[in-house]
Design a protein around this ligand. Structure first.
Ligand code: PEP
Ligand code: MN
Length: 354
């Protein structure tokens, strides 16, 4: 069992693709010499966006993986996208298989893979789908759990956006944390390589995931990154990987009872939350009186000019208080929709206001 969150942090590293026996073996040996790696990864069948790009070496790669395992003692991990891949991975003694982002996005493929795993004992990772749809990700996880897979882990590798951002695949931390909340017994790993898409910035994303209590990392590492046949820009040497892992600060998750200051500050936060709720409730009472008045005078619930004015004032005030405009907008929209709900209730009731 690798992904039941007891073995933390769990670090999987290796090349994007297995290319040659020498490349895989040399990378594997250097990675194992770092003493920091729990499993070796390599793509054998590559789901490439463009048909003219390198699509993986296929079966010979599985043999090289087997040899790398014999030489280093590291468990080995490959991506699978079909029942045939599963069959071959099992035949070659692969310890961990993972479903890539494009596969998770296709429920037919996930179900076929899950069916081929019935009665099989193997560790499985499921990456997030390319599109930011948490139910598609959790649907995939459930298909695998329903097939009897026990050792299941989740990998956050970022999400595709049409417009270019600083990332190759935009990390949606809140979505991934929500996924972890749905599967608390399963490890959540971060794949900074496919999130960042280049070497600079990998450390920052790794540290962010650790600070968010992720259980491990899947990172691409290649003995000669510049010459890699796929994802050259984002791969790092085993030596650079070791330096990066050494630089990371792993945090402890400990009971607050051991830290009285945490308890005290959390109590203050709870008090403020209570006050906020009671203030919001007071706000809604005023909204209801206003609504009763609007109803009596035959006015509409929503008055666009007023809403724009509220939003602008709130954003300006929020900025002075170090609150992000994005947060203020979300908060005000939530308040607004709750206000409309109250006003609609008043409008639909036979009495006038409450
Ligand atoms: C990979 O891990 O090399 C890969 C293809 O990743 P993803 O499915 O996240 O694109
Ligand atoms: Mn890759």
């Amino acid at each position: 069992m690798f992904f039941n969150t007891t073995q933390k942090p769990f670090i999987i590293a290796g090349p994007c693709s297995a290319e040659t026996e020498e490349q895989l073996m040399s990378t594997a040996v250097q990675l194992s010499q770092t003493g920091k790696i729990n499993a070796l990864r390599a793509g054998i069948w590559k789901p490439r966006t463009r048909p003219e790009t390198f699509a993986g070496v296929g079966l010979p790669g599985l043999e090289w993986m087997q040899q790398a395992k014999q030489k280093t003692g590291l468990p080995i991990a490959v991506e699978v996208a079909s029942p045939y891949h599963v069959e071959m991975a099992l035949k070659y003694g692969i310890d961990i298989i993972w479903l890539g982002a494009r596969t998770t996005g296709n429920p037919f493929s996930v179900q076929e893979i899950a069916d081929s795993l019935k009665g099989v004992s193997i560790s499985v990772l499921i990456k997030n789908p390319v599109q930011p749809d948490i139910d598609l990700w959790s649907g995939g996880a459930d298909r695998l759990l329903n097939a009897g897979i026990i050792d299941l882990g989740l990998v956050h590798r970022g999400f595709h956006t049409y417009r270019s951002t600083d990332y190759r695949n935009n990390p949606l931390w809140d979505l991934a944390i929500e996924m972890k909340n749905r599967y608390p017994a399963h490890a959540l790993l971060c794949d900074p390589s496919h999130i960042v898409g280049k070497r600079d910035g990998l450390l920052e994303v790794c540290q962010k995931s650790i600070d968010l209590n992720y259980d491990g990392l899947m990172i691409e590492s290649h003995n000669r990154p510049d010459q890699a046949w796929s994802d050259a820009a984002q791969q790092i040497t085993p030596l650079r990987l070791k330096e990066m892992l050494d630089a990371l600060i792993w945090r402890r998750e400990e009971s607050a009872e051991l830290h009285p200051l945490i308890e005290e500050l959390r109590r203050k936060i709870d008090c403020i939350d209570d006050e906020l709720f009671s203030l919001i409730s007071d706000r809604m009472k005023i909204v209801r009186s206003l609504s009763a008045y609007k109803k009596e005078k035959g006015l509409t619930i929503v008055q666009t000019g007023r809403w724009t004015e509220i939003l602008q004032n709130a954003a300006a005030k929020g900025e002075k208080l170090h609150l992000a405009t994005e947060f203020i907008e979300k908060y005000m929209e939530a308040i607004h929709s709750e206000s409309i709900r109250h006003q609609t209730e008043v409008f639909n009731s036979s009495s006038q206001g409450s």
